[in-house]
Design a protein around this ligand. Structure first.
Ligand code: GLU
Length: 289
């Protein structure tokens, strides 16, 4: 891997599950620009952990779109799918610490176990707060095909005074020092999923902290939709004794109706603008850069 000129290292970590849209262009250009301003390094990481939705064609299009935007990165590009053994080791560590349990619940099981689902399920940065159905199951009962969840109550009590674990937001929102809050972790996050189906198939929250540490990331640049998830990442860093980067959660690019762009919602692909003859400068102007 190329040596950073300064100590600054950031990354862009797209999932190859569809074409990149303007929101991705903004994220990649912001990260690349911050690295350039600081004489630092911009790395690319392909988050292809969701193998049912990831495609080689989308990955090839990511490279083409980023190059067209004028973004470059050193090889080799990290791939989540090449790192199962590393995530598996972290999960074994958690199992030895007694902090994880296997879970066979479907989304439907989770909803029906909630005491008053009609009032709306309690939602946090990892989705519905898990009601705890499988929490007492030992890891020795894990069956392939099941998920592995972190027992949040045990994790919080293992760490003791969790408020001592902090991270710094470099803006533009909620700039400054943030601290883990046990109440939010227990009531709003709950027993997050760390792996799906196999021990080595890490869920996003686990792979992202391990990979940011492995790539020596000093500042994570990503959309403000992931601001709330940062408490999960900081908690996992504390449990795994990993370094904590700075976090820069940038504004989200919205469509004309004010909705956040999402691949699923058919946001217009960068490649479409390219085909229609737009230049990289046109694209930058569209996203206010
Ligand atoms: N693969 C994630 C996404 O596309 C990356 C999130 C992150 O930058 O941490 O949303």
């Amino acid at each position: 891997m190329a040596e950073a000129v300064s100590g600054y290292v950031t990354r862009f970590a797209p999932s190859p599950t569809g074409p990149l849209h303007l929101g991705h262009a903004f994220s990649a250009l912001t990260a690349f620009g911050r690295a350039q301003e600081r004489d630092g390094t911009f790395l690319l990481r392909i988050e292809d952990g969701d193998t049912s939705r990831s495609r080689a064609e989308w990955e090839a299009l990511i490279y083409a779109d980023l190059r067209w935007l004028g973004i470059s990165w050193p090889d080799p590009v990290m791939h989540v799918t090449a790192r199962e053994e590393i995530y598996g080791n972290a999960l074994k560590t958690f199992a030895e610490m007694g902090l994880v349990f296997p879970c066979s619940c479907t989304r439907r099981d989770v909803l029906s176990a909630l005491s008053a689902p009609q009032e709306g399920a309690p939602m946090g940065p990892d989705g519905i707060v898990y009601p705890g159905t499988c929490r007492s199951r030992p890891m020795s009962t894990f069956q392939p095909g099941e998920a592995i969840r972190l027992d949040m109550r045990k994790a919080v009590s293992f760490l003791g005074d969790v408020e001592r674990f902090s991270w710094e937001e470099t803006g533009p929102y909620e700039t400054g020092v943030h601290r883990l809050d046990p109440r939010r972790l227990l009531d709003e996050v709950g027993d997050v999923v760390l792996a799906r189906k196999e021990i080595g198939t890490a869920a996003y929250h686990l792979s992202v902290v391990i990979d940011d540490a492995a790539q020596g990331i000093t500042e994570v640049v990503r959309g403000a939709d992931l601001m709330e998830a940062t408490q999960i990442h900081r908690l996992l860093q504390a449990l795994l004794d990993l370094p904590t980067p700075l976090y820069h959660h940038h504004r989200l690019i919205r469509d004309t109706a004010g909705k956040r762009l999402a691949k699923r919602a058919d946001a217009k692909a960068i490649s479409k603008y390219r085909e229609e003859g737009a230049t990289p400068a046109d694209l930058r102007a569209m996203i206010g850069l």
